[in-house]
Write a protein that binds this ligand. Structure first.
Ligand SMILES: *[C@@H]1O[C@H](CO)[C@@H](O)[C@H](O)[C@H]1NC(C)=O
Ligand SMILES: *[C@@H]1O[C@H](CO)[C@@H](O)[C@H](O)[C@H]1NC(C)=O
Ligand SMILES: *[C@@H]1O[C@H](CO)[C@@H](O)[C@H](O)[C@H]1NC(C)=O
Ligand SMILES: *[C@@H]1O[C@H](CO)[C@@H](O)[C@H](O)[C@H]1NC(C)=O
Ligand SMILES: *[C@@H]1O[C@H](CO)[C@@H](O)[C@H](O)[C@H]1NC(C)=O
Ligand SMILES: *[C@@H]1O[C@H](CO)[C@@H](O)[C@H](O)[C@H]1NC(C)=O
Length: 940
């Protein structure tokens, strides 16, 4: 019985100089041989194998080149072991091998010789992945042990990645990496979902340990280590060629098959064994063994050599094996033999056999699953190109999304069971990106969110981004972009499918001002551009003056409903998207006469605001519109009128009421809006609309979220940003589908984003009950003033009460709700008209958001972005609640929570400490279904 160690995998290949230039691609055999950590771009030819080794430059972009300690450099040590690459940074670092054929089978081999390169004399243990699948654990057992690991896998793509994963047990490193193509018919146990990991590949019969067989003797460059044991075994060999059978599944090289062993004592068996190498998830992995046999002796006429192969005392294969003379054959199992603590192999002759058993070679493999697929290929190549272009480092190594725990920072992915992961969001805000926006972003088809804000991106915005079907938020704020917003994106903004933010791009012409298509500006161009711009301005002013002089005359002369071509002060013309060079809108200009027609002589009043009356109307194509006509006595003068018109021409968001056209006809001024059939939110809360039907909680939540999104867009998506200054339930309008849109921009003020988040103004505007006390005190509105007013709207939605209610004295809804909530009295606050058809936890959460929005100090209020995110969560919570509601009654959470703490958070004296410490609303999933919250009403 001879047991031996499979760890005896030292490599003694001598390699010396010979120089060649690197090509980071397979050689004529399809081989890639990388000497990791070899500096420069010059490789060498291995003296013995004549294989060309290349440095790892271009295969990986992490790690550092290191030399092993001089004491470990022995004359026999292959040159590829002299250097290595170590990866002190990042959890996962990868080599990418390109120019492969997707779907083909490859042999991958990685070698590791520590050689105390770091002077620490600490042997690391780390993991190796092939692509997104676990390959093996690399356990460095001694400073001069060369650990060699090998896998046979089907490569699904035209590239494969080999990744070193730091598991916290030392810095991963690698000495060399090989790739060899195999025919797909070889090693049938390796398929698309299963790979083979080599435990050992042994050649029986050589007399010298250095007698390693590999390329060119093995055309596939497998490494066959000799097993030398002359005390137990006789060696037999031949000089004749041992042929492979047709369709040979292993193509064992003749040099390996030309030697074999038989037992020294002809009446004993051939015996050897191996112990399993435990895997992290499997202490006793199963094995696949391939036994290679060929008869090397020409037996006399009737002589027979026949034997059984037994595993742990039982026949492994039912039939006996009879090797053929000078033909290579093998016997093997297809599925791994499961979990023995030791694999004792014994080969005994059958009763018919006149000769002792023989064996030429053996290979033993464990299997790995390669069923996990990587991220969608198109996404991978796009994000790789992006990584390359911007030299993103972070942990951008290996597959972007898979495995989940190693997914790249700043990416969000979606995972499906039967299809590849997709990249859905990229946040490269403040990442120091410079240069143009890569058109590769346009290939990330599942992208929903792209945040490139606060970088140094220059040049035009690529139109390719408009082709992304799911893109809903594109944040380009704070860059050096130039040119104009491409027409494709404009269309997406207008149909409400895209929220584009582009504030703080000083060179971006976005507001329908005359602007030039983005071109490389030369001096010549500037000379031409400047006069053109001046001419345009002069013409505009002249036209305007003419218009004003002609006053109503012109109106009476022009009865045509055709849009006008003239341009009023800064309001862009009606020509639609003329070309992609500037943000032009399909705003038409109406005459007063046309308005009379449209509104049937201002017959039906829809409402009344500070500006005057709003009338119902129909365009010639039947589109219903709302016409807001400024009255003589209006508190809003022409200035506000123009302000609103200007604002409306440049903001486009599905949750902002959009303008169809305007009229500036003599003293008549009007704005024509899309018609919002369901009126104001205030009417709905008061039950004055909708045939007296009150809004459901879900409808309220959606309205809250949509209005918040509209406001958030004003704050973050506009260039320059806007403060609405009059957020209230009457300025939130609903369409037939009860979709909410923010209206009335007459009071909006742009604020200087660069300096601060406020603008100075000397008149306080707003509506009692909604006005931010801080704004009132300082006269300086900020975005947080809108947040405050929005908090009031949220309270109205929860309570169904107006902003100021009589209880019996006039009291602010904020105080009113705060008092009740502080006592834990949710029922006393929630609008009874919802008939308890709501998830209590969700209502608590919205009430909590409202109270945070209406904090006295603006610094303590959330931003609209935070509000949007919170409301989104609430809506999801509500959806889960609805899904549950069929089977469950209202569910109260938090019954084991200290009730005092949940009371304290709504304390009227607004203790800052308590409020700040209570900001977490953790939603847990009990049994995967039941939403619970850390803070909420106590069960009674
Ligand atoms: C490795 O050794 C070579 C030659 O001995 C030397 O030129 C090089 O600087 C060394 N590299 C490192 C990283 O120590
Ligand atoms: C690495 O190998 C050594 C020696 O065989 C063993 O003692 C140790 O447990 C192994 N480490 C791991 C993490 O398996
Ligand atoms: C690969 O082989 C395993 C084991 O024989 C089998 O279960 C699996 O279905 C095979 N996969 C494919 C894609 O053929
Ligand atoms: C061969 O093995 C048999 C059975 O184990 C034993 O009886 C015999 O003595 C051995 N012969 C020699 C020459 O060692
Ligand atoms: C394998 O052989 C060894 C030594 O002969 C023995 O101790 C062990 O029990 C055997 N293992 C199995 C699983 O049969
Ligand atoms: C060979 O070994 C197997 C398993 O131990 C045994 O069942 C069989 O009888 C043996 N054959 C001979 C001829 O000894």
């Amino acid at each position: 019985m001879a047991a031996w160690s499979w760890l005896l995998l030292l490599c003694f290949t001598v390699a010396t100089a010979g120089v060649l230039q690197v090509r980071a691609q397979p050689d004529s055999n399809g081989f890639i041989s990388i000497d990791c950590g070899l500096p420069g771009k010059t490789g060498f030819v291995d003296d013995k194998s004549k294989l060309s080794f290349v440095p790892d430059d271009g295969f990986t972009d992490g790690g550092a080149c290191r030399n092993i300690s001089a004491e470990y450099i022995t004359p026999g040590l292959g040159k590829r072991y002299h250097t290595l690459r170590s990866f002190p940074d990042g959890v996962r670092n990868c080599y990418t091998l390109r120019s492969l054929v997707s779907g083909l089978k490859y042999l991958l081999r990685a070698s590791f010789l520590y050689g105390n390169y770091d002077g620490l004399n600490k042997l690391p243990v780390f993991d190796l992945h092939v692509g997104v699948n676990y390959w093996t654990m690399v356990n460095i057992t001694g400073p001069d042990d060369a650990v060699i690991v090998e896998a046979i896998v089907v490569v699904p793509e035209d590239f494969v990645q080999v990744c070193l994963v730091n598991t916290g047990a030392g810095t991963p490193f690698i000495s060399s990496l090989d790739l060899r193509p195999l025919k797909n018919t070889l090693y049938p146990q390796a398929n698309a979902t299963q790979g083979l990991v080599l435990l050992g590949r042994l050649n029986f019969g050589p007399t010298d340990y250095t007698d390693i067989i590999r390329y060119p003797d093995d055309p596939h460059d497998r490494i066959w280590f000799p097993w030398v044991d002359s005390t137990n075994w006789n060696k037999i060999s031949t000089a004749k060629k041992v042929q492979n059978l047709d369709n040979d599944m292993y193509e064992t090289p003749t040099a390996v098959m030309q030697t074999a062993i038989t037992p020294r004592n002809a009446s004993t068996n051939i015996e050897f064994s191996w112990g399993p190498v435990p895997l992290p998830n499997d202490p006793t992995p199963g094995y696949i063994a391939i036994f290679h046999f060929s008869e090397l002796q020409l037996l006399p006429g009737n002589a027979v050599r026949e034997f059984y192969i037994n595993l742990n005392g039982k026949p492994w294969f039912l039939t006996a094996f009879k090797p053929e003379y000078l033909y290579s054959d093998a016997t093997f199992n297809r599925n791994p033999y499961p979990g023995y603590s030791r694999y004792n192999i014994s080969i005994n002759a059958t009763v018919n056999s006149m000769l002792p058993p023989l064996i030429n070679a053996v290979e033993v493999f464990s299997v790995i699953s390669t069923a996990t697929i990587g991220t969608d290929l198109q996404d991978v190549s796009a994000i790789m190109a992006i990584k390359e272009k911007y030299q993103v480092k972070k942990n951008w190594m290996g597959d972007p999304c898979v495995p989940k725990m190693l997914a790249w920072d700043k990416l969000t992915c979606s995972y499906a069971i039967s299809s590849p992961a997709r990249i859905t969001s990229i946040n490269l805000s403040s990442s120091g990106l410079s240069g143009e926006i890569s058109s590769s972003f346009g290939n990330l088809e599942a992208l929903q969110n792209l945040d490139l804000s606060n970088n140094n991106l220059a040049g035009p915005i690529p139109d390719a981004l408009s082709q992304l079907p799911s893109l809903t938020v594109l944040d380009l704020t704070g860059n050096q972009l130039s040119g104009s917003i491409p027409s494709g994106l404009l269309k997406r903004i207008q149909d409400g499918s895209l929220n584009l933010r582009y504030a703080n791009n000083p060179n971006l012409c976005a507001n329908g001002n005359s602007c030039q298509p983005a071109k490389k500006k030369s001096k010549v161009a500037i000379y031409i551009v400047v006069p053109v711009v001046l001419v345009v301005v002069i013409i505009s002013v002249a036209t305007l003056l003419c218009c004003l002089l002609r006053r109503t005359k012109q109106a009476s002369m022009n009865n045509s409903l055709k849009p006008q071509n003239e341009t009023a002060i800064n309001v862009p013309s009606n020509s639609g998207y003329r070309h992609s060079s500037s943000l032009r809108l399909e705003n038409r200009r109406f005459t007063y006469n046309e308005l009379e027609k449209i509104t049937n002589n201002f017959q039906r009043v829809l409402g009344r605001g500070g500006f005057g009356y709003v009338y119902d109307g129909f365009l010639e194509d039947g589109t219903q519109v709302a016409v807001k006509l400024r009255s003589e006595s209006s508190s809003q003068g022409p200035k506000e009128f123009l302000a609103e018109a200007q604002i409306l021409t440049r903001i486009h968001h599905k949750n902002l009421v959009s303008m169809i056209g305007y009229c500036k006809d003599g003293e008549y001024m009007a704005l024509v809006y899309e018609y919002m059939s369901e009126g104001t939110l205030q009417e709905h809360i008061a039950g004055k609309n909708n045939n007296g039907r009150y809004l459901t909680w879900r409808e309220r939540l959606r309205i809250a979220l949509e209005s918040a999104q509209g406001l958030e867009y004003l704050h973050n998506g506009c260039n320059p940003p806007l403060i609405h200054r009059d957020v209230k339930a009457t300025n939130i309008l609903l369409n037939t589908r009860l979709e909410a849109k923010i209206a009335d921009f007459g009071l909006s003020k742009t604020f200087n984003y660069n300096n601060d988040t406020h603008v100075s103004t000397n008149t306080l505007v707003g509506t009692p009950g909604y006005v931010d006390p801080e704004y009132q005190a300082t006269m300086q509105p900020t975005t947080k003033s809108d947040v405050y007013s929005f908090g009031v709207v949220l309270l109205e939605l929860v309570t169904g009460k107006p902003a100021i209610l009589c209880d019996p004295q006039p009291i602010s809804i904020i105080q009113w709700a705060r008092q009740r909530l502080a006592r834990g009295n949710m029922e006393g606050v929630v609008d009874a008209h919802m008939h308890s058809d709501h998830d209590v936890n969700g209502v608590w959460k919205v009430a909590d958001i409202a109270l945070k929005c209406t904090m006295q100090a603006s610094a303590q209020r959330p931003t609209m972005t935070e509000v949007v995110a919170q409301l989104q969560e609430c809506l999801e919570l509500e959806d889960r609640h609805s899904a549950m509601n069929d089977t469950n009654n209202n569910f109260y959470a938090g019954n084991n929570i200290d009730t005092n703490s949940s009371y304290n958070m709504y304390n009227i004296d607004q203790s800052t400490d308590v409020i700040q410490s209570s900001t977490t609303f953790e939603i847990e999933h009990n049994f995967g279904r039941v939403p619970t919250m850390a803070i909420g009403p106590a069960a009674r």
